[in-house]
Every structure is written in C-alpha cells, then in structure tokens.
Design a protein around this ligand. Structure first.
Ligand code: SF4
Length: 309
C-alpha cells in the first residue's frame, strides 16, 4: 500500500462511527476540483512515521476509541494489496469502509467476494459517458456502470455521492445518475454561500420526487450578507428532512485547517446556525493538538449547543 496520510479521528467519514481515515497515494482520475491533488498525483510526502506496521500498532492502541477504518485517497482500488490490507484491519475487529471513484469494478467485486469490507462509498463524477478526457484519460463507461451495479447488488452498506460542479454535473446529468442509482445518491453541497435560490429549489424538487439526499457543508455561510444568510438558514431549516448530514468541518478555536495546515474556520460565527437547524450538525474538530485537547474543547463547547431530542 502506498500510504499518503492519516487522519486520526473523524466523525463524518464513516456514517455513525468514529473512524480514522487512511489516505493512499495516487489516483487514475484528475478531477479539476480535487481536494487532495498531491495525494491524487502521488507526489504527497507522508509523515516519516507512517508505515504499515506503525498503522496497525496505532489501530491496536485506539481499540477503545475508534469504531471503524476508512481507506480513502487517492484511489484505494489502485492498490493491488488492498484486499489483504483490509483483511488485516478486520482481524483487529474494525469495520472497513472504502471510498472509491468506481473505476475498477473487478477490484470492487474482489473486495466483496473476499468479505473484507463493510461499507462502500462511490463517487460518481458525471454521466458515465462523459468521464473522458477531463476526468480521466481512458475509461469505459461500462466500468462505472458495472461498479454501480455490483455495489447495488452487494449485501453491505453503501452510498453513492456526487459533487455538483459544472460542467460535469447539471440537472440532466443528475437525472441520469438518479436513474442508474435508483435515487440512492447523496449530493455533497460545498460552498453553500454561492448557490442561487433557483438551484436550491430545483434540488428540493429532486429530493421530493426522486429521493435525492444532501450532505451539506455549512462552512463559510458566516461570510454572507445578513439577508442572504437568513434566507440560507431558512432553507436549511425547511429542508432538513432531505439532508443526511450537515457538517461543519475543519474547525477549531484558532482557525487551523486539517488538510492545508493553515487557518480556516472558527466555530463562534456558526453557533446560531448550529442552534437553528432542525437536524443534527456534526462538528469536525481539529485542534491539531492532542486527543485530550480535542475532548476538552468539545466539553467546553457542549453547553452552548442545543440538545437533540
Ligand atoms: S477521484 Fe478523488 S482523489 Fe482522484 S482526482 Fe478525483 S477527487 Fe481527487
């Protein structure tokens, strides 16, 4: 396995579980909006300590805290020893989730047959006929469709996700993907502050009629003018029944960013949003200090948050 990085704890990457996220290096796609271009290109320099032996020792030590392991990327299915690696994780009695771009249905089938994974999340980038040349150099549309069919026929938990980025995704492409996935798709909504109302209304109709669901990143809504912010907040509240998860990630008390290592979000400007939305909001907290500091910070924050029924 070509390891690229490790996020030691996450509340949003494995639904319902506290997980760690192991990032592998290298990807056969080149999505222009990739969040991890160094990982995708295979040029990321992992920390010195991050070896396979170290990782398995880490999993043994975190047994009382972690509930699952996510292997993400990069593209995990490019790693030829992925199945044996997953089997070693499962021997430690951790459920394993794989995040994949769905380009290798043979590896997906192999992982399922070997019964070494418990959850599959496949990103669907665009119409299966439209991946080349802007997402990847060469790929048969049948590979994407085949991965979708294999995953839907499996007995494990799964999700399909897409990111609404033009020109790869628009309403007609989304309709096609909803057909292929029988509506079981979640749209990851980033940069909500840039979304026009008419677009949001269209998405709500698709949620009502076709089963579309959202994973809504509420970051940056604090920079909106107050009237736009109030409109967005009302939209979140009115449509929370279509939302699988609201999340606010990369926050801490100083504004540090987990991926970039530079400042990003502070929690204070979001307290009114968190307390107004009629659904759970998962806070992903990265004090970039110790686990103990994280727990202390969460404890300090808790009394300021609403209590969910
Ligand atoms: S598939 Fe994922 S890791 Fe690969 S380039 Fe696209 S967004 Fe980046």
């Amino acid at each position: 396995m070509l390891l690229g990085g490790l996020q030691k704890n996450s509340l949003i990457d494995y639904p319902g579980k506290i997980s760690c996220v192991l990032f592998v290096s290298g990807c056969n796609f080149h999505c222009p909006y990739c969040h991890n271009p160094d990982l995708a290109s295979g040029t990321v320099i992992p920390p010195d300590y991050l070896t396979e032996d170290w990782f398995f020792d880490f999993l043994k030590q975190r047994k009382t805290f972690l509930e699952g392991v996510v292997i993400s990327g990069g593209e995990p299915t490019l790693q030829t020893d992925l199945a044996s690696f997953c089997r070693k994780i499962k021997k430690l009695e951790y459920p394993v989730k794989i995040d994949t771009n769905g380009s290798d249905p043979r590896m997906i089938a192999h992982l399922l047959e070997a019964e070494v994974i418990d959850y599959l999340a496949m990103d669907i980038k665009t119409d299966p006929n439209g991946y080349t040349p802007f997402i990847t150099g060469a790929l048969s549309p049948e590979d994407i469709l085949s991965s979708i069919r294999i995953i839907m026929a499996s007995r494990i938990d799964y999700e399909f996700r897409t990111t609404y980025v033009k020109p790869f995704m628009d309403e007609s492409v989304l309709e096609k993907i909803l057909d292929h996935t029988a509506g079981r798709i979640t749209i990851c909504m980033e940069n909500t502050h840039n979304l026009p109302q008419v677009f949001l209304q269209t998405m709500t109709s698709l949620a009502q009629d076709r089963g579309l669901r959202f994973a809504w990143d509420i970051g940056y809504t604090d920079i909106l003018p107050s009237d736009a912010r109030a409109r967005m907040l009302k939209f979140f509240s009115d449509n929370s029944r279509y939302v699988k998860v609201f999340h606010l990630h990369d926050i801490n008390d100083t504004g540090g960013h987990r991926a970039l290592g530079t400042g990003r979000l502070k929690v204070a400007p979001y307290m009114d949003i968190i307390n107004t939305i009629k659904a759970d909001v998962i806070l992903e907290i990265f004090p970039e200090k110790s686990l103990l500091d994280s727990i202390l910070y969460i404890n300090e924050l808790a009394p300021k948050l609403k209590t969910m029924p």
